[in-house]
Design a protein around this ligand. Sequence first.
Ligand code: KG4
Ligand code: ZN
Length: 313
Amino acid sequence: MLSNEVASQEVHTAFGGVVPELASRAHQQNIVPVIDRALKVANIKPTELNAIAFTNGPGLMGSLLVGTSFAKSLSLALNIPLVPVHHMHAHILAHLIEGAHKQEIGFPFLCLTVSGGHTQLVLVHGPKEMEVLGETIDDAVGEAFDKAAKIMGLPYPGGPHIDRLAKEGNPDFMTFGRSKVEGYNFSFSGMKTSFLYNLQKKVKADPDFLQDHLADVCASYQHALLDVLFTKLELAIKAYKIEHVAIAGGVSANSGLRNRLKEFGQRRNIEVYIPPFAYTTDNAAMIGIAGYYNYLAGEQTDLSVAASAKIKF
Ligand code: KG4
Ligand code: ZN
């Protein structure tokens, strides 16, 4: 891994969420400078590149279009292979980046993939062999973080703010309804509603409630979300006799989740893989490593490739 440059888009914070058109414009503006920077940091000339990997989905259409069009142009200009990557495969494969872990990664491992758009339990047999055991039937857990944060008036994205505040709070201060779904699937939309109603009730009784108990509210809500994740994780571990567990995606940056998984692993004698922070939220290195394995497997596409907001896993 020679460079991993990210162009952060402050525009989302200013608008309290992702405005798709503004996200596309920001991609358009940033894509050439960020690639220039990546090549400079890596000390690589464009003509030394062997292939270009890019994600064609799933994700936000406008942003995917910018990346896909750019990748096509670069492949045409340099006459190098064009390698498509599935966004969620990439989050998982970030664990295989050289130097990501001190220990060897053991297959099969169970990966809890948690981001702003997805919540999945994936059984990973190898870099190219993955099977989804369960996933959310409505909102992703990252959305559950972000929407609750918005209700509390915290900036976007709210996940990291809830994480920071939760460290100072009491996780048993308040209880929230835990959604129950069959098997290995998840549901989070009900929890967001339970959060809203619960909070409204408290604020009605005491207008200073949130101000006085912000950290406790964050800690309790985060605790409830993690409970839902761990209930399903434990279920799958038992059924599939899992010995290695990983977390991936933006929400795997959450310190509560990271600590709980570490303790869980020690208690149950299960090996856990916690990604370095740089590989949790969306990044280029994860697309690179997934592209590398696709390239080795001979997976290339041509200039007719299209971006797609929803792509089969
Ligand atoms: O993987 P990602 O960067 O983008 C998607 O593919 O969706 O994930 C973004 C999500 C957002 O919902 C953000 O709030 C959440 O990851 N996130 C966190 C933390 N850092 C990022 N959620 C909880 N705690 C964090 N520390
Ligand atoms: Zn992502």
